[in-house]
Ligand binder design. Structure first.
Ligand code: AKG
Ligand code: FE2
Length: 319
């Protein structure tokens, strides 16, 4: 049992590396909120082949596939999306290198101020169950790269190049996907073009260390996200979605096939036709897990901030 104050100044990654064999009391969830460790069948997620988008006679096949996936699941995998595997793997690898930096170095980026373009968060002062995360906010992706490139952390040295390449490729794919999703609603493909070009890109990198008692806790609590679409890369399984029968279903991980996840703004825009699905992250007893969630909130609030279901905000006027 954790003593008062125990662990309160140490990251969960550090605790894990010190060989802790139990989950500190403050992370233990009430029994009804705990994951069921016997769940092992993955969701049969729809897979959308984007190569058909560029073939005039087959474009409607892709649009119909995406429309069906958005209505039924809110989550789908994409293949032939144009982002080389090497770019995705480099991003995951360099993110892992970042989290493996000495804690002292990462602490320099620690901030509870959501207006920081690059910040390293810990479960100590932010979302209770979210172990560590940091966010990049990029305003106006169409502006010259030099406007935001200095926002990357200086270490690891290849971070800027590798995560930057992934972020740029993700923007192109994001725009294509939003157009198709919008067309599926019977609107002009460029209906949201201005909002997308004015919006900010958020790249959230989540690190979930292996856990000695994964049946007692979660890496991330159940939530939906406030944006329009997220592109998600995962290093291994852990994500679960809540189906219409209120069962948690594990999401598969397929090499080279990122997950697309529909978010609250598109559920609202489609009058509920498309689903922003509640999801959560479970922990593994052996593997440290990494995910990169890249999204672009399409509509910002009047005060220039977008608020997520988890209470985080992103500035819309970051330069
Ligand atoms: O780690 C994951 O797979 C999911 C991350 C997520 O849900 C989020 O960042 O909002
Ligand atoms: Fe999420």
């Amino acid at each position: 049992m954790e003593k008062q104050g125990e662990c309160s100044s140490t990251s969960v990654k550090t605790l894990n590396e010190s060989g802790l064999s139990y989950v500190p009391q403050r992370f233990v969830l009430p029994s009804l909120q705990r994951p069921d460790p016997s769940l092992n069948h993955s969701a049969d997620l729809p897979t959308v082949d984007l190569s058909t988008l560029h073939q005039p006679f087959l474009r409607t096949v892709a649009i119909n596939g995406i429309q069906k996936a958005c209505k039924e699941f809110g989550f789908f995998q994409v293949i032939n999306h144009g982002i080389p595997n090497s770019v995705m793997n480099d991003a995951l690898e360099v993110a892992m290198d970042f989290f493996n930096l000495p804690i002292k170095e990462k602490m320099l980026l620690l901030s509870a101020n959501v207006h920081e373009p690059v910040r390293y968060g810990s479960s100590l002062n932010q979302v209770r169950d979210k172990v560590q995360f940091w966010r990049d906010f990029i305003k106006h992706y169409s502006q010259p790269i030099c406007k935001w490139i200095h926002l990357w952390p200086a270490n690891p040295p290849s971070y800027k190049e590798k995560m930057g390449n992934y972020a740029k490729a993700g923007q192109v794919l994001y725009k294509q996907l939003v157009e198709v999703v919008i067309e599926g609603l019977g609107l002009e493909a460029n209906y949201l073009q201005d909002e997308i070009e004015e919006g900010s890109q958020v790249v959230a990198t989540n690190y979930h260390p292996a856990c000695p008692q994964p049946e007692l806790t979660l890496g991330m609590p159940p939530h939906s996200d406030y944006g329009s679409l997220t592109i998600l890369l995962q290093s291994c399984q852990g994500l679960q979605i809540l189906d219409c029968n209120k069962n948690w279903i594990p999401v598969p991980v397929a090499e080279g096939a990122p997950i697309f996840q529909l978010q609250d703004q598109l559920e609202v825009m489609s009058n509920g036709l498309y689903k922003s699905v509640v999801h959560r992250v479970t922990l593994s007893p052996e593997k440290n897990r990494l995910s990169i969630a890249s999204s672009q909130p399409t509509f910002e609030q009047e005060n220039g901030a977008s608020t997520s279901a988890r209470g985080q905000t992103t500035p819309s006027d970051l330069q």
